[in-house]
Design a protein around this ligand. Sequence first.
Ligand code: S3P
Length: 426
Amino acid sequence: MKFSKARRLSGELTIPGDKSISHRSIMFGSIAEGLTEVRGFLQGADCLSTISCFTKMGIPIENKGETVLIHGRGLRGLTAPKEILDCGNSGTTTRLICGILAAQDFDVTLTGDESIRRRPMKRIMEPLSMMGAKIRSIHCNDCAPLAITGCRIHGIHYQSPVASAQVKSAVLLAGLYAEGETRVTESYISRNHSELMLSAFGADIRTENTTAVLRPGNALKGLCITVPGDISSAAFFIAAALIVPNSEVLIRNVGINPTRDGILHVCRQMNGNISILNRKNESGEPTADLLVRSSALQGTVIEGSIIPTLIDELPMLAAMACYAKGTTVIRDAAELKVKESNRITVMAENLRAMGADVTETEDGMIIHGGRPLHGAVIDSKKDHRIAMTFAVTALAAEGETEILDADCVNISYPGFYSDLARLKRE
Ligand code: S3P
């Protein structure tokens, strides 16, 4: 697919549902008692993988588009799937589901696509094994496919070596079935959607600083959830409006949970003009509309505790930094190497192909902004966030940019290209 320079961007759009929250609504709704109604569900391929896994375990799920109805069967209501569970490209599905499956009274094999079969699973196998789970990497490489033998498990206090919501959530979900209390401590707090939503479903869960504490025993009860728009999807339009001159875009319905809003802080630090309007609360998650205007951006340093709050936005921020004056340093972000692609290498290579001055480091990138960018052929490596990042980067570059495997955006944002095209003024 090909992209070229935009003269300006203007108009408004509504961001589709949050991917993390959509996954959790299906998982928690399936192990809750009674009906869960999910509004604003993200119809991305990743979330459809989660629906397919729970359907295979006997949960009736009616996907009506904007609304999804889950007829939950309670903590012990899942049944043994007749086939291997396929998590597709979804790390969230693969890792979170392991927490639930570890404690069932049946055995399961899990797999996923080529990318999933390369991603590290030791990070969940280790704490779940400490809880007594029997979980094995079939090819002994700490990756999927994984064989899980359901068994009795017990609570632990886990000091997580990575600030990862996927690890934290897998352990907490296993904790629902465990004997005794489960605690997960992180160095920096990762996104807290599991804690908020489990609490709304009736679980006994609380947070003490960077520790989540779950006491088992409570049944989960079905409820009505409205999913806010995904700030990780909004990120592409925030960046687009900031870097394309004379732009003004109103981005409606964006989840601004403080464990996810790092991009707003960094954009402000970079002199980005973003107004937060119409603050609301949707099912315990704060939301707002964002009015974004083109800005003369400045380089910045992105490091430390803010990293988990913008981890999925770093590819877009790195590209944005190429259009900023001065140097931007991203560090403490080694996690980028184990996402859907190695996002440090893939970003550095592709930005350099467009003429940017980018140096890859062990845990991030150094970007000297201000060089004019030109179009190039971009290999997205079938990574949805890489494809979207370069569709936006191309809007302020000279000439034409071609993105390979551009349809991978369906993982998290099926309507992305048409939403972007609607804002573009020639
Ligand atoms: C997610 C957590 C993050 C994020 C991913 C979704 C989640 O991963 O990168 O896209 O839904 O919990 P980690 O928690 O492993 O960093």
